[in-house]
Design a protein around this ligand. Structure first.
Ligand SMILES: N[C@@H](CCC(=O)N[C@@H](CS)C(=O)NCC(=O)O)C(=O)O
Ligand code: FES
Length: 111
């Protein structure tokens, strides 16, 4: 358990934008994860996708780490942002882009 916690901790602290998801950015294996992939790609931000389906301990571990019951989960600069609903709302309001820019993270897309 602490091994998974440390793995997650390292990933979210060493990558500006991390998406814990089902499947990969190239091949999402759930519509909720796929929606966040589409949004991040549209915004044009670089991110690391981590497939929780590859590891049952990781799938549970990220829920414990974030105290959030579902996948996907988006992290920006080590901070938990939310799941699909929250990311979509932030995207629609423009808050996602402004939050990324406020953190000094490049956004290259039209949004
Ligand atoms: N309303 C959620 C949708 C995500 C969701 O419901 N995920 C479910 C189905 S993919 C989940 O992760 N269930 C626990 C699991 O599969 O481990 C959100 O905003 O992210
Ligand atoms: S895997 Fe069935 S809803 Fe996500």
């Amino acid at each position: 358990m602490s091994g998974i916690h440390d793995f997650i901790d390292n990933e979210v602290k060493n990558n500006d934008v991390v998406l814990f998801m089902k499947g990969t950015p190239q091949f999402p294996q759930c519509g909720f994860s796929g929606q966040v992939v589409q949004i991040l790609d549209y915004v044009g931000v670089d991110y690391k996708g981590i497939n929780v389906l590859a590891d049952a301990d990781l799938r549970q571990g990220i829920k414990d780490y974030s105290n959030w019951p579902t996948i996907p989960q988006l992290y920006v600069k080590g901070e938990f942002i939310g799941g699909c609903d929250i990311v979509r709302e932030m995207f629609q309001s423009g808050e996602l882009k402004s939050h990324l820019e406020g953190q000094g993270i490049a956004v290259k897309g039209a949004a």
